[in-house]
Design a protein around this ligand. Structure first.
Ligand code: GLC
Length: 395
């Protein structure tokens, strides 16, 4: 995907409970009791421009918003169910407001749409996960339900301007190419994920840092700032910046995109902790940005003296070594160099780094065979204890 960094936003009236976006099923709540919370949802402090500006500040290029999560509640003005934002005390189309803010500030908008629907009377049980709680199992009807989905997708892809990607969630276990065909007809060029009614365009590893050096297909990985939830959780256990930045660097160096999730609170604000994290990640990301977009794999088998994992990519004739877990030493020493580095920079702060060439005997102590080596040295590793380190080599 051309755009590498996006903000995932899980927001619904479940944020009032401050537990998890699937609290209905996970806590086995009574449907009526759960649904009654919609009448308390009044996010008077919602200001989508704040979200959009935060995304921009972090270096993100798009926002993927949960139009409908598993609970079936619709965050837009839909004609096809009353179970929607217009019937809350807030009474405003929060999706429309977000779409306008995105357009105003040049951020792309993507939509998340859950196939499971714990409210719609015809929703069927795909028997795919533990996450299912059917409101009316006796009325389940996949044909009628797909008609409803088509109607809603038509609204979403007609009334909200350009939509960048469509993020189906929870594979419905139905082959029905007409759904994605409809989406493509309504929104030419839209990218569709692989959790829908056919294989789609891109893979979606979730809360996972896959092995390997290059993704075999278009990929957008997703992760939340917190470990327990995607929606707002009052007692969230936040990930470390070190872990998130390392994951972002590795996945993007593998040519994937990265969707980092926040869960706004019931008043419409993104929690302070998440804002602070996005700002810090953004500060690092913006310094790395050019080294993660439009790259090619660098097939040269760099033989390094140290075991720190890294991914080498090429761009405009330069090599970028992404040490996504940082470095254990202030030098990067490698054998069998493909040529002499002409210029080397540490991308974290763009400082030039010295390189030396040494000719050692081919056999040294400890039985390790070594040849002549190049060493990039004086790396300020302890100045960046949290950040992945990225070295640019001009040959
Ligand atoms: C999982 C969860 C869901 C969340 C999604 C994000 O499918 O069930 O709650 O929205 O991941 O990709």
């Amino acid at each position: 995907m051309e755009n590498k960094f996006g903000m995932f936003v899980h927001w619904g009236f479940y944020s009032l409970l401050g537990i998890q976006e699937q609290v209905l099923a996970r806590w086995d709540m009574d449907n009526q009791e759960y649904e009654s919370y919609m009448h308390k949802f009044n996010p008077t402090e919602y200001d989508p421009e704040e979200w959009v500006l935060l995304a921009k500040k972090a270096g993100m290029k798009y926002i993927c918003f949960t139009a409908k999560h598993h609970d079936g509640f619709c965050m837009w003005d839909t004609k096809y169910t009353d179970y929607n934002i217009m019937n809350t005390p807030y009474k405003k189309d929060v999706l429309k407001m977000l779409a306008d803010a995105c357009e105003k500030h040049g951020i792309l908008l993507s939509l998340y749409y859950s196939n499971p629907d714990w409210h719609h009377e015809n929703a069927y049980n795909p028997l795919s996960t533990h996450q299912w709680k059917c409101a009316h199992p006796e009325k389940a009807d996949s044909v009628k339900y797909r008609e409803f989905v088509k109607n809603q997708i038509t609204e979403l892809l007609t009334n909200y301007g350009k939509i960048y990607t469509l993020y189906w969630d929870i594979p419905p276990r139905y082959e029905d190419k007409s759904l994605n065909e409809l989406a493509r007809k309504l929104m030419p060029g839209i990218l569709i994920n692989n959790r829908g009614y056919d294989p789609g365009d891109f893979a979606t590893p979730e809360r996972e840092v896959p092995d390997g050096k290059r993704f075999p297909m278009m990929t957008e990985a997703c992760q939340s700032v917190g470990e327990q939830s995607w929606g707002y959780r009052a007692n969230e256990d936040y990930y470390s910046l070190r872990f998130l930045m390392s994951s972002i660097d590795k996945i993007m160096a593998m040519d994937g995109s990265y969707l980092l999730n926040v869960g706004p609170m019931a008043n419409g604000k993104i929690p302070e902790e998440a804002i602070a994290m996005l700002e810090k990640i953004g500060d690092w990301y913006q310094r790395m940005e050019g080294t993660l977009e439009d790259t090619q794999a660098d097939p040269f088998p760099y033989r390094l003296a140290q075991a720190d994992p890294f991914i080498a990519v090429k761009k405009n004739g330069k090599t970028y070594l992404h040490f996504y877990q940082g470095l254990s030493s202030s030098a990067v020493t490698f054998f069998g160099c493909p040529g002499a580095p002409r210029k080397v920079r540490l991308m974290n702060d763009k400082r030039s780094l010295p390189v030396r060439y040494e000719k050692l005997p081919t056999y040294v102590e400890m039985g390790r065979a070594r040849g002549p080596f190049h060493s990039i040295y004086s790396l300020p590793v302890d100045e960046y204890p949290l950040e992945p380190l990225v070295i640019e080599i001009t040959w």
